[in-house]
Design a binder for this molecule. Structure first.
Ligand code: ZN
Ligand code: ZN
Length: 419
């Protein structure tokens, strides 16, 4: 198989990929501030013969490698870290602090494994450049900023990304998740949820705490809204339709004997398809308006969108072809990934390009540790998840698997040449 030929080069670059990973892990950068990371990425790609465009959407980098006629494949890695204080105890743990967008001093950690994604993508880019005669077509390797804030893909698109790269036939991305290291999982159709965060401001009429007859109490109104909103998923959606609605913040008043003028609730919605998403968002607006009216509120509530991520729905045909390629290469280490409640902005890029895509999972947990937790039924308690201060993917076989998955996926689309 051609993938095996390309991956013969892995032994020769493994220690460099691992060194790069440890260095990147120790030097995490927040979204849209990935200057060191993107400079190192661009430098390496240039060394290997890629045509590099950097500074797209701030810190985004794209490398293009053309090898004659054939399909064009885009592969994306996200580069940003999180404001989390690392507590892994690793020798290469981050001690970095920085100033965030709001001006606060925060710790920084690669707590979501984007350092794994960048390192694997570079390993892949190098192997593909070195395996000159193994394939034909065009590779587009894309390093995206600020996935965690949900604005990195958008930043690259607003900066003219679609006109600055060859149009791909297919787009791929991968994410390290709390599965056993060595595992690769694909899922056709819905894989990651859409996420919408909203701020609802409810208006009442303030008064002395002893005179409710002179007031419209926004605290009671907010409480009614919180309860009423819980009926949207439980009473308006089919039992088989997955969605989550969480009110994560409620703020009103500052004194026990004053009825305040307004109350603010902030909530987060997860859904897996556009119809469900619209239905839930419409129902939220309907419920808060109707509860306000029921309270006799002096004016309608305002609903602001704080952030939004699209659903990640893998193309069924692309996922099937990938699944077959992964099973052929990885054997019983390849499987079907579970539906995730996390969210991603990757799909905005293939969406804007109008091309099908597939996003898959790779494992990062020591397989023995995972098996032990599974045996005890304590996977949820014992295995640190993404965004945890203890999130620490094992270096191998995680990196080898991430590099290999990218090679197998790309070669499942590019024209391959026999030895
Ligand atoms: Zn994350
Ligand atoms: Zn992530």
């Amino acid at each position: 198989m051609t993938a095996d030929r390309v991956l013969e080069g892995l032994d020769g670059i493994r220690s460099e990929v691992e060194d790069f990973y440890r260095d990147l892990h120790a030097h995490p950068e927040l979204g849209l501030a990935e200057t060191r990371t993107s400079a190192r990425v661009a430098e390496q790609l240039r060394d290997w013969g890629y045509r590099v465009t950097d500074g797209i959407g701030g810190t985004g980098v794209v490398g293009v490698l053309e090898r004659g006629d054939g399909p064009t494949v885009l592969l994306r890695a996200d580069m940003d870290a999180l404001p989390v204080k690392e507590a892994t105890g690793l020798s290469y743990a981050s001690t970095v602090t920085t100033t965030d967008r709001s001006g606060n001093e925060v710790p920084v950690m690669h707590a979501c494994g984007h350092d794994v994604h960048v390192s694997c993508m570079l390993g892949f880019a190098r192997l593909m450049a070195e395996a000159e005669d193994a394939w034909q077509g065009t590779l587009v390797v894309l390093f995206q900023p600020s996935e965690e804030n949900g604005d990195g893909a958008e930043a690259m698109l607003s900066d003219g990304l679609t006109d600055r790269i060859p149009r791909p036939d297919v787009a791929f991305a991968q994410h390290v998740l709390p599965y056993p290291a060595g595992y690769v999982g694909v899922r056709p159709g819905a894989f990651l949820s859409a996420a919408d965060s909203l701020r609802v401001t409810l208006y009442g009429r303030g008064a002395h705490g002893s005179k409710p007859q002179a007031a419209v109490d926004p605290v009671v109104l907010a409480a009614m809204c919180v309860v009423r909103l819980q009926t949207i998923v439980s009473r308006e959606l089919a039992p088989t339709t997955a969605a989550v609605l969480t009110v994560g913040s409620i703020t009103a008043g500052s004194s026990p004997n004053v009825i305040p003028e307004s109350a603010v609730i902030e909530l987060n919605v997860r859904s897996y398809d556009d119809a469900t998403r619209e239905r839930v968002l419409d129902a939220i607006r309907r419920c808060v308006r109707a509860e306000s009216e029921a309270s006799g509120a002096p004016k309608e509530p305002t609903v602001e969108k704080l952030s939004e991520f699209p659903p990640t729905r893998n193309d069924a045909d692309v996922a099937k072809r990938l699944d077959e390629a992964f099973r052929a290469h990885f054997g019983d280490r390849a499987g079907t990934a579970e539906l995730q409640t996390a969210s991603e902005d990757f799909s905005e890029i293939p969406g804007a390009l109008g091309v099908p895509f597939c996003y898959w999972a790779i494992g990062g947990v020591d397989p023995d540790r995972y098996a032990e937790a599974k045996r005890k039924g304590t996977v949820d308690q014992d295995i640190p998840v993404n965004h945890s201060a203890a999130f620490a993917p094992v270096i191998q076989p995680t990196l080898d698997t991430g590099v290999s998955a990218l090679v197998v996926a790309a070669l499942a689309w590019l024209d391959v040449r026999d030895a």
